[in-house]
Design a protein around this ligand. Structure first.
Ligand code: HEC
Ligand code: HEC
Length: 393
């Protein structure tokens, strides 16, 4: 700094000091006002906005995704770029150096100017750091997987129903719709492998709920069963795995009594002259016997069965259902175990029970109605005994 500039600053300093405000009480008073306002803001936020509650701590819950508070997320994200064995460098050395530089800043930076445009280096470096922190924070938020929903209190019958549905979707393709096992067909990589039943006394009496839970969560990868727990790269959270275990226990273990409310649930019944509808009769069957393979990401000739539209219109050989013409509908031919040149009988592993095939056939024959109301209409048109207005010859 040259002498002239130094003198100028010195004069300016004396001038300011002379007519300036006192630290006590003026500045202290201002500080008090601002900190009181901030305090009120905090109280207001706590009272009216609050913090989103998280479920109580559960040491068994391996799916919990721990994250630091938002103001430390940038450091957390920064650590992800540093290889594991050097973590201490990222966690202590680098932030420590950054703080040291801040402390030494008055000695390092002797630029006499105060306006930012005359402090290009300092402004540039600080802007870059702030941008990096903001960027890292955003990246951390975006890459954090959604936290498992808090435990939803399901009643026992609801848990069993949920477990049944999840079992049909995730397990039936290999273990069969009722855990009966047998030869796997139509599953890539396990074609022809024979599984022993998992619904037997042998299995149920020797495996505790915790063991079943662990088998489902970790899988048995050396034997070909994939892990299902989200913490191990699968699709299911703890509550869902528990529901499957509950379903298995209450349905397959003959020592456990199924609660009365849960009995008869699930599979629909159909009267002899009743017209089945998709929503009431066919969808539960599709969920139980077909969706495990006929959903996205599986080998299935692109025939998806997760909605009415897909059931009616998707597939490499669409339409596989011709309303009113079951004999020429590919889907019916396949579940009646005809072999077609592009597909095995369906489901590949084991024939459907006769009454289930019957529901599919009657549904297609009646025109494949979607809703119960549509089915009722068709039933009325078909006449039957139920339509008194029909003139009798
Ligand atoms: C991709 C095929 C596949 C899927 C899907 C699958 N498993 Fe398995 N599972 C296997 C194989 C293979 C084994 C090992 C079989 C053996 O030891 O006989 C196995 C083993 C098991 C066992 C232990 C059998 C024993 O006593 O050793 C249980 C219980 C089980 N599976 C339950 C499930 C449940 C519940 C699901 C659904 C969440 C499921 N599996 C999904 C292939 C699968
Ligand atoms: C274990 C897996 C699995 C299950 C369960 C299963 N499918 Fe399939 N499905 C397949 C595969 C794989 C194909 C492709 C053809 C083949 O490989 O034989 C297929 C093909 C089809 C096709 C032919 C689609 C087209 O356009 O070519 C129809 C229709 C079909 N399945 C209906 C059903 C129905 C209905 C059910 C339930 C009752 C069912 N599938 C259950 C695996 C399965």
């Amino acid at each position: 700094m040259n002498e002239e500039l130094k003198k100028k600053y010195w004069e300016r300093y004396l001038r300011l000091k002379h007519k300036g405000v006192k630290f006590y009480p003026d500045v202290v008073y201002k500080d008090l006002v601002v900190s009181f306002a901030l305090f009120l803001l905090l109280v207001g936020l706590a009272a009216f906005v609050g913090v989103k509650p998280e479920p109580p701590v559960d040491p068994n819950d391996t799916s919990y995704i721990p994250r630091p508070e938002w103001y430390f997320l940038f450091l957390f994200e920064f650590l992800k770029f540093i290889p594991g064995e050097l973590e201490w460098v990222g966690a202590t050395v680098i932030p420590g150096l950054a703080i040291l530089v801040l402390l030494l800043l008055p000695f390092l930076d002797k630029n006499p100017h105060r306006h930012w445009s005359k402090r290009k280096v300092g402004t540039g470096v600080m802007t870059a750091i702030v941008l990096a922190m903001v960027g890292l924070t955003i990246r951390a938020v975006v890459t954090t997987p959604p936290q498992e929903e808090g435990p939803v209190a399901l009643s026992l019958p609801e848990q069993i129903a949920l477990g049944q549905e999840l079992y049909s979707i995730h397990c039936a393709e290999c273990h069969g719709p009722d855990g009966e096992g047998g030869e796997i067909q139509g599953v890539e990589g396990l074609e022809g492998v024979v599984l022993k039943p998992i619904n037997s006394q042998d299995e149920m009496y020797t495996r505790s709920d915790q063991t079943l839970y662990n088998i489902i969560a970790y899988g048995q990868q050396d034997l070909g069963m994939p892990p299902f727990g989200r913490a191990y790269g699968g699709e299911l959270g703890p509550a869902e795995i528990k529901a499957i275990v509950t379903f298995m226990r209450y349905t397959w273990d003959d020592r456990v009594e199924l609660p009365a409310e849960a009995q008869g649930g699930g599979m629909p019944t159909l009267g002899p002259d009743e017209v089945p509808s998709y929503e009431e009769h066919v969808e539960p069957l599709v969920k139980r016997y077909c969706v495990s393979c006929h959903r996205p990401g599986k080998k299935n000739n692109n025939y998806l069965m997760t909605s009415y539209d897909e059931v009616m219109h998707s597939g490499d050989h669409a339409p596989v259902i011709i309303p009113g013409d079951p004999d020429n509908s590919i889907l019916i031919q396949l579940i009646q175990r005809h072999e077609l040149d592009f597909s095995r009988p369906m489901p590949p592993t084991k024939a459907l029970p006769d009454d289930v095939v019957d529901i599919f056939v009657r549904w297609v024959a009646a025109g494949a109605p979607q809703t119960a109301a549509e089915a009722d209409q068709i039933e009325a048109q078909q006449g039957g005994g139920a339509a008194p207005a029909t003139p009798q010859p």
